[in-house]
Design a protein around this ligand. Structure first.
Ligand code: PA5
Length: 455
């Protein structure tokens, strides 16, 4: 269940936009459902949910298990839509702290030179594999230190690139491939490529080397690809339930398609109304640190989908209360062009209590915090949430409160689809194609010119 409270942003919507947007929202939704809007050839993120491929989910689950059994580290190489979704889900659902496999005494690491067969029966090991990322920036320093860290560990690599030609993951993969070839006899079995079915340099290389591969469907763009093998293989390797995640999205899509009053429509409508009322920046604020990665995924989804033709809200993500001690000042008192959505969990499982301390009975306690003794961290967080929403709204920020039941695969899958549908509807309200990203090409062209590539 997703709930959305918009009452704190009502006063900020220009009066001519308060009523009358309903039919336009409905038309935008129909354009998505009936594949009749701009970029309709990119609606594969709905098609895959409409026709679930259970065999693929099983295959990815099995491969994830193989990686868990045989690897200490899965290194995912990709950028943008080719890593943000996996990182978001893994950060949200894996425990904050868990011993790496190589630290776990009970689970000896696979020998780096062993050549595992994919046909070996899979023991039911669930040891935590460390999922690391590379190729998502250009830092050579990071890559060097990463390889030093990986030395002596059993490593699998998932190279993820739809085009197969993106510079950042491409050059990282050159380095990692050489490193893998020098260390593992069975290197080609340890590298799994996720890419286009037939095109691109990565597809050719995978065919040449005999890497195992997964296909990114033609009709699914990078930022909508978390529920394809792009996201699902790393998430499965992290030991998470990809079926629960996937079917959470399936269920959200069917709820939205059957309910004209679903909160997704109010969310898309209100963001559009605030855009048209002069707001320029939209903050997604979370209190649970594990959700911060989802904010990164949401930034790409909304930024690349809406930011064109000089339109769109600039998406930014905040982790509260951490960022209340930095960006909080701006949010409270800076330029009044910012809107805010607080994304919270109804059940955050924060049952840890603030303990009593000496002196509490005689006043405020030695640290002045007797008033919170006995409250759970969950209760303290709820107070911070309510207080912050109230303060920011009074300071002139249109505030929305979006809440999901709890943090698990099913709920997160539902939330992922909620945002995907919202951005599609929102893009059509803005009158743009939400599924292309022509602006991303401009920096690439200029960078390649600097690097001397012939075009
Ligand atoms: O959303 C997008 O399409 C982009 O962010 C891509 O995901 C990103 O540029 C990576 O592209 P590729 O998977 O082709 O390497």
């Amino acid at each position: 269940m997703i709930s959305l409270d918009l009452h704190r942003s009502d006063p900020f919507v220009a009066s001519h936009l308060k009523d009358g947007l309903g039919p336009r929202v409905k038309a935008a939704h129909q354009a998505v459902v009936q594949s009749s809007g701009a970029g309709a050839e990119w609606l594969g993120w709905r098609r895959i949910l409409d026709q679930p491929n259970d065999a693929l989910l099983e295959e990815l689950t099995r491969q994830g298990q193989e990686i868990r059994e045989r690897a200490d580290v899965l290194l995912c190489i990709g950028i943008g839509g080719s890593y943000l979704g996996a990182e978001a889900v893994i950060k949200a659902l894996r425990p904050y702290f868990s011993p790496t496999k190589s630290e776990s005494a009970s689970e000896p690491a696979a020998s780096p030179s062993a050549a595992p067969s994919m046909f070996d029966p899979a023991p039911a090991a669930t040891s935590p594999v460390e999922v690391l990322f590379a190729g998502h920036h250009l830092s050579g320093r990071y890559l060097e230190q990463l390889l030093t860290y990986l030395d002596g560990k059993s490593v699998y690599v998932n190279m993820i690139s739809k085009s197969g030609t993106t510079l950042e993951p491409g050059i990282a993969f050159r380095v990692v491939r050489q490193w893998m070839e020098a260390r593992f006899e069975d290197c080609d079995r340890r590298i799994i490529a996720t890419t286009d079915a037939s095109r691109g340099a990565l597809r050719s290389l995978a065919n040449q080397k005999g890497y195992r591969t997964h296909v990114i469907p033609d009709d699914v763009g990078g930022r909508f690809s978390v529920l394809t093998p792009v996201g699902l293989l790393p998430i499965a390797a992290a030991g998470l339930d990809i079926r629960g995640l996937f079917y959470g999205a399936v269920s959200m899509m069917s709820q939205i398609d059957q309910d004209d009053h679903h909160p997704v429509f109010s969310y898309a409508e209100r963001r559009y109304a605030l855009h048209e009322s002069g707001f320029t920046t939209d903050v997604l604020a979370v209190f649970e640190p594990g959700l911060h990665g989802l904010g990164g995924w949401w930034q790409q989804l909304f930024g690349e989908s809406e930011g064109k033709e000089r339109k769109g809200l600039f998406p930014a993500t905040c982790l509260f209360s951490t960022d209340l001690h930095s960006l909080g000042q701006y949010l409270q008192d800076g330029r009044r062009n910012v809107t805010e959505t607080f994304l919270t969990l109804r059940d955050d499982r924060g049952s840890l209590e603030v303990p009593s301390s000496a002196g509490d009975d005689e006043g405020q306690g030695a640290d002045g915090l007797a008033f919170v003794a006995g409250k759970t961290f969950s209760e303290v967080t709820r107070a911070a949430l309510l207080g912050t929403m109230e303060a920011h709204a009074q300071g002139g920020v249109p505030v929305h409160h979006l809440e999901i039941e709890r943090l698990d695969e099913n709920a997160l899958g539902g939330l992922i689809y909620f945002f995907e549908h919202a951005v599609a509807v929102g893009g059509y309200l803005l009158g743009i194609n939400p599924f292309d990203q022509p602006g991303v090409e401009a920096y690439k062209k200029a960078m390649y010119a600097q690097l001397g590539r012939d075009t």
